[in-house]
Design a protein around this ligand. Structure first.
Ligand SMILES: NC(=O)c1ccc[n+]([C@@H]2O[C@H](COP(=O)([O-])OP(=O)(O)OC[C@H]3O[C@@H](n4cnc5c(N)ncnc54)[C@H](OP(=O)(O)O)[C@@H]3O)[C@@H](O)[C@H]2O)c1
Length: 358
């Protein structure tokens, strides 16, 4: 596989690469990349055939969008790239922002006032007059979904965005958005973004079935668990200078006993596949049902090239199943509802297949 193995994003006509370039590192102090390195990362991804760029208004307080806008302009790529950005985090106070002062509550969230404010800012920083894919970065817990859909629909009609999508939301919000937009003949959300990796599989319970049923392409973020699945962290290793070492904005939640065991299996599998742990971890994520395009993040070009190498890795059935088993999540109530035993009870002892309509 390569970056030019294009595919549709969800049930839409938007054509994207199997890996999207995440630009959260662009312009971020301490764990990110400066402008020169960000430009190299961007150019390497584009020269390798990639067409899908992911940023957000909140990344490095707007510097990521500014750099992306500049690189696109320098390389005359506006028509060629699928440009996506996000609204939702408060621009005057956010964990990812350098400005920590409390501020305007309407400078964040998914209310109409903020979406219009955020989009105008993003368009200016990105030096463009339209966004291809506009993401609700995070569900704010208060704005009615009807208002969100109406606002985004108006922006589609006005030609300011082409499509929209949902990130970091409960599954019920996503299915409600898909159902309402379908019933009211509105533009539906076409994709979902959430953390998905060998050490983060919770979303398989509710979100993945929603995505498959409602025609939303899945875009996993942190497929390397912020660097943990590269294998560079060792238990108790104080030397590592990756973004998860020492005091860091991501916390140390990845360093659990369970995750170290998953990493052992990953190291074993990657040796037998003849690839790096990062490549095996990315190949596993890209192969999951419903995954349309996987977000890759890098601090430098060496990391990016390592990650792009995952496109050439096809995990054997045996290795895939070793990884599946090592990382299996605890089954919950809704999992048991779909079990073969329950179906047999329902269908008089018969196996019944569900053939997806699309
Ligand atoms: N929607 C959302 O809420 C959300 C949230 C997070 C991210 N995202 C998007 O997803 C993208 C990717 O997320 P992520 O950055 O968390 O992904 P990730 O792949 O899990 O982590 C990337 C980090 O791992 C390390 N790394 C990456 N490749 C490596 C390699 N081959 N060898 C060694 N270290 C390597 C680098 O950090 P160090 O060098 O510091 O170790 C890099 O910054 C972001 O850029 C952003 O666009 C979206």
């Amino acid at each position: 596989m390569s970056l030019t193995n294009y595919r549709t994003l969800g049930r839409s006509g938007l054509i994207v690469s199997p890996m999207a370039l995440g630009t959260m590192t662009f312009g971020t102090d301490t764990w990110g990349a400066d402008k020169t390195t960000s430009r190299e990362i961007f150019k390497t991804y584009i020269e390798s055939g990639g067409n899908f760029i992911d940023t957000a208004d909140i990344y490095s307080s707007g510097k990521s969008e500014q750099m992306v806008g500049e690189f696109i302009t320098e390389l005359h790529l506006r028509d060629q790239v699928v440009l996506s950005t996000k609204f939702g985090f408060n621009s005057s106070s956010s964990p990812l922002s350098t400005n920590q002062s409390k501020g305007n509550p309407n400078a964040g969230g998914a209310g109409s006032k903020n979406i219009h404010r955020a989009l105008d800012g993003s368009l200016a920083r990105l030096k463009t007059d339209y966004i291809d894919l506009y993401w609700m970065h995070i569900w704010d817990g208060v704005t009615p979904i009807e208002e969100i859909i109406q606002t985004l629909q108006d922006l589609v009609t006005a030609g300011k965005i082409r499509y929209y999508a949902l990130s970091d939301m409960p599954a019920w919000i996503a299915i409600k958005a898909a159902t309402i937009s379908h019933e009211r003949s509105r533009t539906p959300p076409i994709a979902m973004q959430f953390e998905y990796s060998l050490v983060a599989r919770d979303i398989e319970r509710e979100h993945v079935p929603v995505a498959l049923d409602s025609g939303m392409g899945i875009m996993p973020w942190s497929p390397l668990a912020g660097g943990f699945l590269t294998g560079k962290y060792k238990r108790g290793d104080p030397e590592n200078t990756g973004r998860l070492s020492g005091a860091n904005p991501f916390g140390n939640s990845k360093f659990s006993d369970r995750n170290w065991l998953i990493l052992e299996t990953l190291n074993h599998v990657s040796k037998r596949q003849g690839c790096t742990p990062s490549q095996a971890a990315l190949a596993w994520t890209m192969g999951r049902p419903g995954v349309a395009s996987t977000l890759i993040g890098a601090r430098n070009v060496i990391q990016l090239e390592d990650n792009l190498g995952a496109l050439e890795i096809k995990l054997t059935k045996e290795h895939e199943s070793m990884l599946d088993q090592a990382s299996a999540r605890t089954m919950g109530f809704t999992d048991t509802l779909a079990s073969p035993e329950i179906r047999k009870m329902v269908f008089g002892g018969n196996d019944v297949l569900r053939i997806p309509a699309s």
